[in-house]
Design a protein around this ligand. Structure first.
Ligand code: NAP
Length: 296
């Protein structure tokens, strides 16, 4: 079988173009653009690359962006104060605390301090709870990007067996929840899963979100499965996914490459989340005699 290569770059470009149009409409309605603020602590080179990519993407679609860079030895109190300022800033619709934070800081505590209405990473307990309960909220960008790729490539999910390898709060768990909401039968694997190969081989839809280059080998892929590789592993061979792409593509119905699969979708969905947060939170400038109006 020759697999269809899922073109995340093309799907992401379409979403970015849609967001750009919607941002223009938002600006004419509200007189100011949605705004995304990033909080970066320390000197992690990969984090700097991710954050500047997010700012560039904002600029391309007309979203304002604000970067707060803090020294590696910043204390928790100062970090929480910065998040508090951004929570209160009406020009900021979405806030990202770039992870990982330096070891002395608690990432979960920092991300939980973000106002849930501005939590465009979907990491606050409020948004995570809304996701589990199937209520409207802000869904983490990478998982919604994965679901968008499955939708665009007509992947049958109802009644399908979906296997998610990885159970992080940012990626694995929300993907599993979203697949369940689409009536897939979902199995979540992790580092203590027994016979990972056998579980993966039973998947109609296999999602790898682990962070181990080529952990998923060709023989772990069922003939005709759809394979989504979330992994981004910087190695001496370059950027590699969690799936052995060449071998898996021999058996899969469709598969995402790395790079060019899930990666571009993450930024596109983040932009979409920022616009969604802006629509939900932007208070229009009051005109004379009128009180503030919440936009829908
Ligand atoms: P993470 O927080 O480190 O979680 C990794 C998960 O993989 C954990 O649940 C872990 O199990 C599981 N795992 C580790 N070794 C395993 C093994 N040998 N067999 C089965 N499961 C194993 O990582 P993450 O933040 O979810 O990210 C996962 C990957 O996605 C990374 O490569 C990351 O760079 C990439 N990523 C890509 C994007 C994108 O835009 N494409 C966005 C975010 C992340 P335990 O829970 O038992 O430890």
């Amino acid at each position: 079988m020759t697999a269809t290569i899922i073109d995340g770059k093309a799907v992401a470009a379409r979403i970015r173009a849609e967001v750009a149009e919607d941002v223009a409409a938002f600006v004419s309605e509200h007189g100011m653009p949605p705004g995304l603020a990033t909080v970066l602590v320390g000197d992690d080179p990969a984090s700097h690359i991710y954050v500047s990519g997010k700012h560039r993407a904002c600029e391309q679609v007309g979203i304002a962006s604000f970067g707060r860079e803090l020294a590696a030895d910043t204390g928790e109190e100062e970090l929480l104060a910065v998040i508090g300022e951004l929570n209160a800033d009406p020009a900021v619709s979405g806030i990202i605390v770039q992870l990982p934070l330096p070891d002395h800081l608690d990432g979960a505590r920092a991300t939980s301090a973000v106002d849930p209405a501005k939590d465009v990473d979907g990491l606050t307990p409020t948004n995570a709870g809304h996701l589990v309960q199937g209520r409207d909220g802000l869904v983490p960008a990478t998982p919604s990007g994965v679901m968008e790729l499955l939708r665009v490539y007509d992947t049958p999910l109802e009644g399908a067996h979906a296997v998610v390898v990885g159970r992080s709060d940012l990626v694995g768990k929300p993907i599993a929840t979203l697949l369940l909401a689409q009536n897939a039968t979902v199995t979540v694997c992790h580092s203590r899963t027994r016979d990972l190969g056998a579980v993966c081989r039973s998947a109609d839809v296999l999602v790898a979100a682990v962070g181990r280059p080529r952990l998923v080998t060709g023989d772990m892929v069922r003939e005709g499965a759809t394979v989504i590789d979330v992994g981004m592993n910087r190695t001496e061979e370059g950027l590699l996914g969690d799936v052995d792409f060449e071998a898996a593509a021999e058996r899969a119905r469709a598969i995402t490459p790395v790079p060019g699969g899930v990666g571009p979708m993450t930024v596109a969905m983040l932009l979409r989340n920022t616009l969604k947060a802006a629509r939900a939170t932007r208070v229009e400038q009051p005109s004379a005699g009128a009180g503030p109006v919440r936009s829908g």
